[in-house]
Ligand binder design. Sequence first.
Ligand code: PLP
Length: 420
Amino acid sequence: EAAKARFLERNPISGKLFEEASQYLPGGNTRTLLYTAPYPICMKKGEAYKVYDEDGHEYTDFVGELTAGLYGHSHPVIQKCLIDTITNVGLNLGSTIAQEAAHAKLMCSRFHLDKVRFCNSGTEANMHALAGARYFTGKRKVVVFSGGYHGAVFGFWDGVQENGVDKHEWVIGRYNDVEGAKKLIEQDDIAAVLVEGMQGAGGCIPGTREFLHQVQESAKKVGACFILDEVMTSRLSPSGLQAILGLSPDLTTFGKWLGGGLAFGAFGGREDIMAVYDPRSPSSLAHSGTFNNNTLAMHAGFTGLSEIWKPEVAIEFNELGDSFRADLQAVARGTKMSVTGRGTLVGIHFSQEGTTEIPCREAIVEDWDLKDLFFMEMMEDGFWLTRRGSIALILGTPKSELDRFVKSVGQFLERHQNLV
Ligand code: PLP
């Protein structure tokens, strides 16, 4: 209650803007995740790894636009690319452009894909990958895992689909359950298995090597497409999480940072499966989208991947993330707080059981009151986080800011010893 009172006092302009927004947007909102009670903070500006809100506070940005903001808010290379593109190329040209082949070639070589297609979001990438898999296999069912999130209408919280508008026939298994996955996948009529190598929105819960290889093997055995959702995890190494784990998915889906910070999605993989989208074939599947090859995302995505996100940068940055997570784990030891994740992606949990090993979402009962308190007090210390406690580091965030956060978390845990 005291933290809430301080929140209201600190953020009157955000409150007023929320009231205005609520007149035209349901709940003042157009991205469900961004609603937080009593009202969300309204940001005004971002610069490098910082964001500034309407009430004049400055924050170190740990949301990192849920992984899409890898390059930060004003990376000079991306800025220059966008300005050059607007000036010399223009906005959408209503035609194919050479840059889409250039970005496709680079993505194919970095992520070991035969062919790739672009779209505008990770949600779309998964939608089209699933449609392709069903068309290619002639089968109907899709295996997914509880706690998985594959886009706007593809959230599988607690074993049920969050938003039932989609017509796929889902078979929902438990994440990291090796035997369970084998049983579910090795049945008739499974067109595809769609899985994250680490559940991102589900709480940064890494999949085990054993589980993911079982998924791959079982899918192969029954001729189902193994689709790895790397929308978030593609940044965990120069060639995605699949390279770390030694996986060879049939299809991989992408999004987020690979558009350089602009709206982006892509799906790609095996030549024979991707051929279902070849428009030269009379029986091909249609895949259209006005902005699929938009000039800005094609140029910014390519520039980011070729000029900024070089293999050595990817490795070094994720090592920094690993040591940051280890530091957080050290201050959390002996409390209800657990810290999960991989590389530059971190999940913070407050569990009533003080769980330290989290194999799947069902294994934790989050203490949302503590999480809310944490979210509000970290904000007071100048850190911008998601309420659910996920962190996606922004390239160029100084080590001193990571250390300051670890210290601030330690002080939080000490201050609330009776609760944690
Ligand atoms: N897949 C995963 C693993 C994601 O984390 C997300 C978004 O957070 C998506 C798909 C959907 O991407 P988008 O929000 O671009 O539609």
